[in-house]
Design a binder for this molecule. Structure first.
Ligand SMILES: [Fe+2]
Length: 459
């Protein structure tokens, strides 16, 4: 049950919270005075879901202290209900709300209309955000990022201290900032079953930046053959997804994904059919990076045959391909392979939730960066819909899924079946995959992409 603290003498607000919020949000409202001690123990503060108050909170020293402590330390969503004396144009208030962006302000006149929907929005956002919290740990007040240990193989110098987490939950320093990183040390750690090491955000960001910059240099090298380009694409997708999962999307990761788009376009140019390309790609160990890479070539082939503006369509499709499944961690690989949730599947409720929500989690996080356009996030949100309406999250069908999402879904599902059914890369049978997909994939908005993909595969 969610604990919501209500700090107000306003009877209208108290009545509304008691009736509407408690009943509809499965929440418990606790009416408090500003001076009451509810942050005394920070672990208790973690249990508070939201604070609702009004401007009177600032007429009391304790109230100001409560507000400032929350802003500084706890950052619990704070709903400030404004009475009639508030002037919307008042620049000091505007500034105030800009500074504390996680706060919400609502007018008293609108509480019955807006407070509940805003709270619901906050709940949804918190649920989606919490998914990535697994990536962080607190150590002596510093936020440490969980980094794949293998990431440090072949690295030269540690930008910041590198920690290892012991079974008892304690962190010990493995490599000091500025010291050389020995491959042997890292291999030993991996062999002992440690998959992850920890580093503070700033050092990790610098480290990721260097790693991505090296890959970026690879793209600008002249005279690469297809196999080198494929490997580069694979490595880039892996690192970009890892970096975005930890730090959010950055200019560099966007830039690198642009390089992937150009490389895909370059590789498929002039190819009569994509089957040989797919075969060579399948020789790499199958992970979701491999699948994303194969998917990119199929999307490239399809885009070149369908008659849309190839470059801009390809960009949207490949951005969706690189980011659609990044809500899954490396260990959740098998969850990322599930196309549809079916009766009787052996899944925990957490796994079921991650599968159901991964399109929304990815789209939500990418939208926050405002670097990606609407089309990409629409494709990401819809990438598990199915032509017969049996997909998720909305159960859309071939008539109401937009054509570009249909193109993506067709190729995405094609790749999953291809990887699952292909034990021998020399015996790829594309016709059989189309048969398995079934006739539904050539109706409605799927029709054009279906025939374009066949053409791209030279069928
Ligand atoms: Fe997915």
């Amino acid at each position: 049950m969610k604990r919501i603290i209500l700090v107000t003498d306003n009877q209208k607000l108290r009545d509304f919270c008691a009736v509407a919020i408690e009943a509809q949000l499965n929440a418990k409202i606790e009416v408090k005075r500003p001076g009451d001690d509810y942050f005394g123990d920070p672990s208790l503060a973690n249990e508070i879901f939201a604070i609702i108050s009004d401007l009177n909170i600032f007429s009391d020293e304790n109230g100001i202290h409560l507000y400032e402590t929350n802003n500084e330390f706890f950052k619990i969503p704070f709903f400030l209900i404004l009475d009639g004396s508030f002037e919307a144009e008042d620049s000091s208030y505007q500034e105030f709300f800009k500074v504390h962006r996680y706060n919400n302000s609502l007018s008293i006149a609108d509480i019955s209309k807006e407070l509940l929907p805003t709270l619901i929005k906050v709940i949804k956002k918190m649920e989606l955000d919490s998914h990535f919290k697994l990536n962080f740990e607190e150590h002596k007040g510093v936020k440490l990022y969980r980094v794949r240990a293998s990431f440090f193989l072949n690295a030269l110098v540690a930008d910041g201290d590198v920690f290892v987490k012991l079974k008892n939950g304690k962190f010990i320093k493995l490599i000091k900032a500025g010291d050389e990183i020995h491959t042997e040390t890292i291999s030993n750690i991996i062999n002992k079953g440690q998959k992850y090491l920890y580093q503070d955000g700033q050092s990790f960001e610098k480290f990721v930046g260097q790693k991505l910059a090296t890959l970026k240099k690879g793209f600008s090298a002249q005279g690469l053959n297809d196999s080198q380009k494929m490997k580069l694409q694979l490595a880039t997708i892996k690192e970009v997804q890892g970096a975005v999962r930890m730090m959010g999307i950055s200019e560099l990761t966007i830039d690198m994904t642009d390089d992937v788009v150009n490389s895909v376009e370059d590789v498929i140019k002039g190819k009569r059919g994509l089957q040989n390309l797919v075969k060579s790609m399948l020789k790499f160990k199958s992970t979701f990076f491999t699948r994303s890479s194969i998917l990119n070539y199929l999307l490239g082939g399809l885009a070149s045959k369908i008659g849309w503006d190839t470059k801009s369509s390809l960009k949207k499709l490949i951005f969706a391909s690189v980011f659609c499944d990044y809500a899954f961690s490396d260990e959740e690989e098998e969850l990322a392979c599930i196309l549809k949730i079916e009766e009787g599947m052996d899944l925990s409720s957490y796994q079921r939730k991650v599968i159901e929500k991964h399109p929304e989690i990815a789209a939500h996080h990418l939208e926050k960066t405002q670097s990606l356009l609407l089309d990409e996030t629409i494709i990401i949100r819809q990438h598990h819909e199915k032509p017969d309406g049996s997909g998720f999250p909305k159960g859309l069908n071939a008539k109401n899924i937009p054509p570009m999402s249909c193109a993506f879904i067709l190729c995405y599902d094609f790749v999953q079946i291809l990887v699952e059914s292909c034990s021998n890369v020399n015996e790829i049978d594309c016709e059989r995959i189309f048969e398995q997909l079934g006739d539904d994939y050539r109706i409605g908005n799927f029709e054009k992409p279906y025939y374009a993909l066949r053409k791209a595969l030279n069928l």
